[in-house]
Write a protein that binds this ligand. Structure first.
Ligand code: SAH
Ligand code: SF4
Ligand code: F3S
Length: 476
């Protein structure tokens, strides 16, 4: 588990063929079981885009089995929650929602309930499901995604509960079908796992060692996505900057970006997440040179204080982080920078937290993803002294949000009257004839427009800035 240099193992084509045969078998079983209309599957994904990308593969397999998708779990024949273990709150939501399925299943005895993803990779969780949620039929972890057809077949066939939560080492399974949630933007995983062991983080325990897909596989999928008509490709990995490490194909992340940038087609490239420890000037120069790469850098700093950063095992200092930011702004004056922050790491003092505030004021991030520290079982930080009460951390958290709000308002005011190219992502939640789009720097703008524009780029002039909410009008 902790051998950081273990070679990647690619699941054999024979094994993948075997899984394809299970898909075909299930298709026959389901056709006999549901002769009049296709069986329905409800798939809900928690957590990061890595999980979303996994769900798109599971949905690819479900679709080949003959399932159609529904948003209503009450009418589903198959329910799957793909879970996230990053914070306690994420886990509580899953347990709550699995609990709420019990009466649904009582009414519909044939329903198959499955749980997968990061939470299931923790022994205490899979044991809790085994003991306290007997109506859950199938549990599988992050290493078993490609074995899903075999596991589901076993549930259908033997009518027994199936658990597959083993840790398989650094495996990569290629060739699973993909059912993409969007027609115009696509997730493209380039690597899996994480070797960084930040002291607060569960990911290295539930996702295993870092491993990279080959450049050939990544390029082949990028071409598929472009041919499919998508206009935005987001490259995914917990630390995309370590792409290619421990592999012998001699392509690092900047080189991979260049290779994708050179592909024909009208599309934008985004990526996440970049870790400051491995973010190089080569990467920032490459971003600056590549026309198709969006001018957006998500670079989580977590804390602005060097002692806290050391305790977090982040591998960089505040000064090194700021140097990167300054370099990025120098080579890309229009760069938009976003970040993640943890408030109330064990032992963090008010003074140390103030260093996070001063860093935010200095960098002026476009937006922030902010979290109060949540202790995760088995991590180093879980065992650290944590004397500051949650109520106090909440106050710091609110203070941080207020500072960021001020920065966002100022930025919004500066955007007033200017025109931006935005990628139209959909209608507004209110569905009031308005559309919502995102700038290259990942800033949302609402504007009136026809739904036929969804999935295209339009120029929008910002006409109104209410706090950080922007609205505008399409212009030529
Ligand atoms: N690989 C990415 C982060 C993935 S997790 C990176 O290193 O930047 C997304 C975010 O969740 C992290 O950046 C961190 O801010 C937050 N997070 C992770 N573990 C957490 C914990 N135990 N408590 C609170 N926030 C946490
Ligand atoms: Fe977690 Fe750190 Fe890995 Fe990100 S880099 S996934 S925060 S251990
Ligand atoms: Fe959550 Fe797993 Fe992603 S823990 S954040 S779903 S890698």
């Amino acid at each position: 588990m902790t051998d950081l240099n273990k070679k990647t193992v690619f699941v054999s084509p024979r094994e993948m063929q075997k899984q394809q045969e299970f898909i075909n078998l299930i298709k026959t079983v389901l056709a006999a079981k549901y002769p009049s209309s296709a069986p329905k599957a409800f798939v809900h994904t928690y957590g990061c885009q890595g999980n979303v990308a996994d769900s798109e593969r599971i949905k690819g397999m479900l679709s080949q089995m003959g399932y159609v998708f529904t948003e209503d779990k009450h009418e589903a024949d198959f329910v799957l929650f793909n879970t996230c273990a990053i914070r306690e709150h994420a886990e509580d939501r899953v347990f709550g929602n699995v609990g709420a399925l019990k009466p649904v299943k009582n009414e519909k005895k044939d329903m198959i309930i499955a749980l997968c993803g990061c939470m299931m990779q923790q022994e205490h969780v899979s044991e809790r499901i085994r003991k306290s949620y007997p109506y859950v039929n199938l549990v599988f972890g992050t290493f078993a995604t490609h074995r899903f057809p075999e596991l589901l077949y076993s549930v259908l066939r033997n009518k027994k509960r199936v658990f597959d939560v083993r840790e398989d080492g650094p495996i990569i399974a290629e060739g699973m079908p993909v059912y993409r949630d969007s027609d115009f933007k696509a997730w493209l995983p380039i690597m899996y796992g994480c070797n960084n062991f930040c002291s607060y983080c569960i990911v290295p325990y539930v996702r295993g060692r870092e491993r990279s897909r080959t450049p050939e596989s990544v390029i082949a999928e990028a071409k598929e996505i472009i041919a499919f008509g998508a206009k935005e490709i987001t490259l995914l990995g917990q630390n995309v900057n370590s792409y290619g490490k421990n592999s012998d194909f001699g392509v690092n992340f900047p080189k991979l970006l260049k290779m994708i940038n050179e592909l024909d087609g009208d599309f934008k490239i985004r990526f996440m997440t970049s870790h400051p420890k491995d973010c190089t000037k080569e990467l920032l120069d490459t971003m600056a040179q590549c026309k198709k790469v969006a001018r957006h850098l998500h670079l989580p700093f977590q804390s602005g204080n060097n002692r806290v950063l050391r305790e977090m095992n982040r591998g960089y200092t505040r000064e090194q982080y700021l140097e990167l930011i300054n370099y990025a702004k120098a080579v890309m004056p229009d760069i938009s920078i976003t970040s993640d922050i943890i408030v109330g790491f064990p032992g963090e003092t008010k003074e140390e937290f103030e260093d996070t505030l001063s860093l935010i004021r200095e960098v002026k991030f476009t937006s922030l993803f902010t979290f109060i520290f949540s202790a995760r079982e088995g991590t180093k930080a879980q065992k650290m002294e944590d004397p500051v009460p949650y109520s106090e951390k909440s106050k710091w958290f609110s203070e941080l949000l207020k500072v960021q709000e001020g920065i966002a308002c100022e930025r919004s005011r500066n955007m007033l009257g200017k025109t931006y190219t935005v990628f139209v992502e959909g209608t507004t939640k209110e569905n009031d004839g308005r559309l919502t789009g995102r700038t290259d720097g990942s800033i949302n703008i609402d504007f009136p427009g026809d739904e036929s524009l969804i999935g295209t780029y339009v120029n929008v002039k910002v006409t109104n800035a209410l706090n950080w909410i922007l609205s505008g009008e399409i212009c030529e």
